[in-house]
Design a protein around this ligand. Structure first.
Ligand code: FES
Length: 136
């Protein structure tokens, strides 16, 4: 399954989009130049996980000192605050807690495949063909 979410230019860093495909709701997040996709269903009690706040991973070796790890981002479920790694879905609520489901997210040049999997041929001047073709 492949879902086109938005043009990169229309999806600034720090934003998210929640898309629906069939019965699935998936949150797509842009953190810097990286994209993440997470199932919008919290493994705890099914809360809308992707509506929660995100924050960078913060590590501390001793009181008063901390380091913000810009490579890792957490999302907290808005219902009870359970946190998950955006990239892996790993939970940090305790042993035995299942991870949130994640999906691969990538930037496509737009000249590979259509959302339905067919190859897309570029038209004259690099224009992308539309859905409809006039009868000639
Ligand atoms: S439903 Fe998400 S933390 Fe409880």
């Amino acid at each position: 399954m492949r879902i086109v979410v938005a043009r990169v230019d229309d999806f600034p860093p720090g934003e998210r989009r929640i898309v629906t495909h069939g019965r699935r709701s998936i949150g797509v997040f842009r953190v810097g130049d990286r994209f993440f996709a997470v199932n919008n269903h919290c493994p705890h009690l099914g809360g809308p996980l992707c509506e929660g706040r995100t924050q960078a991973w913060v590590r501390s070796s001793r009181p008063g000192e901390y380091v913000v790890d810009g490579e890792r981002t957490l999302i907290a479920c808005p219902w009870h605050g359970w946190e998950y790694d955006l990239a892996t879905g790993q939970s940090f609520a305790g042993p035995g807690v299942p991870p949130a489901r994640t999906y691969s997210a990538a930037v496509d040049s737009g000249d590979g495949e259509s959302p339905h999997g067919e190859p897309v041929r570029m038209g004259p001047g690099g224009r992308r063909p539309g859905t409809y073709v006039a009868e000639t």
